[in-house]
Design a protein around this ligand. Structure first.
Ligand SMILES: *Cc1c(COP(=O)(O)O)cnc(C)c1O
Length: 363
């Protein structure tokens, strides 16, 4: 089989080295004679794995000691409900910033659980000269008492990323499902960070939650036990049987990240990958990006063909060249190349070459 580069937005490709290691030890993990899938989550071997995973993630993200790291069920959307259930008891109110599809979906879930009256929203995307851009209002000027402000720093569907940090008088909750570990962030600026695993961490189903200790004192709604942060903390994320295989793969991804130079090195690579791809889009009249340069996602590069009648030809020929899953989300159309940490520079170079040739042939 010749090389395939998989640009799927999620579940996304995983680092090849991790997949090869998992394959090698699939039937006999850690000299146990059985698969990691077939052992107790409470065995000392598995607990050692979880401890190593947590300490590696803490090191990679420089997570301060007053934060808990949780490995939970239910992916990204599970956390849309969990944050409401855990922090909006007794009619507490929250502010949601909307910069694309996922932050909008988070609002819908919050309104359903907490009631519309308790959820305020601000749309933070404008279109200026045909390009979408983000402007975050000065939150310190808002004279209201919110339990938290929720936002999504990388909108996976829309290809919009927010690089500046929020200046907020309330705890900031961020959905980092599609850009966690892609660049350095200052964890201490957040009340809570969550991420579904299947973009930049591992297989779907698992979500990572990084929560500041004092957040756990906020009043919670009556809720399902498996979404309760306090129970998850008290039980080391093992209140019930966790998704052990996904946890194992996440642990392997963290080790891989460390071995290749950590988040600082990833950030350099991600900047370079995104630069090459956006340069190609900007230089050829054949393609157009609908996002202003300062808010272009480094992880999800959305673009259109100026002649959309060529979309299906583009996708078919890309597929034949081993460049797969480039179709944009059904809600926005066009193309999307997701270039998470696991995507090597060669994948981006192959895509740029294909796009350049395609434009020349079809001009
Ligand atoms: C993928 C994604 C989600 C949803 O994740 P699920 O695991 O499918 O629930 C939420 N937020 C963002 C930013 C995402 O990219």
């Amino acid at each position: 089989m010749s090389a395939i580069f998989n640009f799927c937005a999620g579940p996304a490709m995983l680092p090849q080295a991790v997949m090869q290691k998992a394959q090698q030890e699939l039937l006999n993990w850690n000299d146990q004679g059985v698969s990691v899938m077939e052992i107790s989550h409470r065995s000392k071997e598995f607990i050692a794995l979880t401890q190593q995973a947590e300490s590696n993630l803490r090191e990679l993200m420089e997570i301060p000691d007053n934060y808990h790291v949780l490995f939970m069920h239910g992916g990204g959307r599970g956390q849309f409900s969990a944050v409401v259930n855990n922090f909006l008891g007794d009619n507490g109110k929250a502010l949601y910033l909307i910069d694309g599809s996922w932050s909008k979906a988070a609002v819908e879930e919050a309104e359903k659980l907490a009631g519309k009256d308790n959820i305020d929203c601000i749309n933070i995307v404008d279109t200026v000269a045909g390009k979408r851009q983000v402007s975050v209002p000065d939150l310190t000027q808002i004279d209201k008492d919110y339990r938290y402000v929720h936002y999504c720093p990388n909108e996976t569907v829309d290809g919009i990323e927010i690089f500046e940090s929020l200046n907020s008088p309330w705890p900031v909750i961020a959905d980092m499902s599609s850009n966690i570990l892609s660049r350095k962030i200052d964890v201490s600026q957040f009340g809570l960070i969550y991420a579904g695993a299947q973009k930049n961490i591992g297989p779907s189903g698992l979500s990572i939650v990084i929560v500041r200790e004092d957040m756990l004192a906020l009043p919670s709604l009556t809720q399902s036990s498996i979404m309760d942060y306090r129970l998850a903390v008290a039980n080391d994320s093992m209140y019930n049987t966790p998704p052990t295989f996904a946890w194992y793969l996440a642990a392997e991804v963290f080790s891989w990240l460390k071995s290749v130079g950590g988040v600082a090195e990833m950030e350099l690579r991600n900047i370079e990958k995104a630069k090459r791809l956006y340069q190609c889009i900007d230089q050829l009249d054949f393609y157009v990006s609908g996002v202003a340069p300062q808010n272009r996602s480094r992880m999800n590069v959305t673009f259109q063909l100026t002649n959309s009648e060529l979309d299906s030809k583009f996708l078919a020929e890309a597929q034949a060249a081993g460049l797969v899953a480039l179709k944009g989300h059904r809600m926005v159309g066009g193309m999307r190349a997701s270039i998470y940490n696991a995507m090597p520079l060669e994948g981006v170079d192959a895509l740029v070459k294909f796009m350049t040739d395609f434009a020349a042939k079809n001009a």
